[in-house]
Design a protein around this ligand. Structure first.
Ligand code: ZN
Length: 182
């Protein structure tokens, strides 16, 4: 950050009095620009024994498969974000169900949340940010081509829980990946 979004003057990085971490502080109007983690919300939408996946048309991980998911917008709930992202990326309507996974990704300052959901009809297609959208059985999941670790973790839990019939909320905290994955 170089300039204050409030008045346009330059900012400096310093620890404000009473604080413990360096913040961008405006040299002119003294506004403190806090930077906090971003929340990514997705939906694990199910039709019969199949799960809805999108093939990414954007970076990062162009061409790889993921659950419909994206950054929360201001003034929406996490469940609304899951439904909105599913509509945008897969043009699909869902009924959002239970909270399913909550995964901290501290090295990139993100929190990933996935809801279970029910696909309401089969009238879906690739949205602007997707190359393709399709339903996959467990055997068909392209495990080597899943775009993000939090999504792969959510899918693994889903098929394990479905087998055992024991559903719950799963949490995890991801360490930075090895350099060859970055
Ligand atoms: Zn300012």
């Amino acid at each position: 950050m170089n300039f204050c979004s409030h008045c346009g003057a330059s900012v400096e990085l310093r620890i404000p009095s009473g604080d413990t971490l360096p913040r961008y502080v405006c040299r002119q109007c003294a506004t403190i620009h806090y930077q906090n983690p971003k929340v990514v919300v997705g939906a694990l939408a199910v039709w019969e024994d199949k799960v809805l996946l999108c093939r990414r048309a954007i970076e990062p991980r162009h061409g790889m498969w993921t659950l419909p998911a994206g950054f929360m917008e201001n003034e929406e709930t996490t469940a609304q974000a899951a439904a909105r992202e599913t509509l945008e990326e897969a043009c699909a309507r869902i009924e959002v169900g239970e909270l399913y996974t909550l995964i901290d990704v501290p090295h990139i300052s993100q929190v990933h949340i996935v809801y279970r959901a029910r696909l309401l009809d089969l009238d879906f297609r690739a949205g602007e940010e997707s190359l393709d959208v399709a339903l996959f059985t467990e055997d068909e999941i392209p495990w080597e081509q899943i775009a993000f670790r939090s999504i792969a973790i959510s899918l693994r839990h889903f098929f394990d829980d479905r087998r055992s019939g024991q559903w719950g909320v799963h949490t995890a905290s991801l360490a930075p990946p090895p350099p060859e994955w970055r």
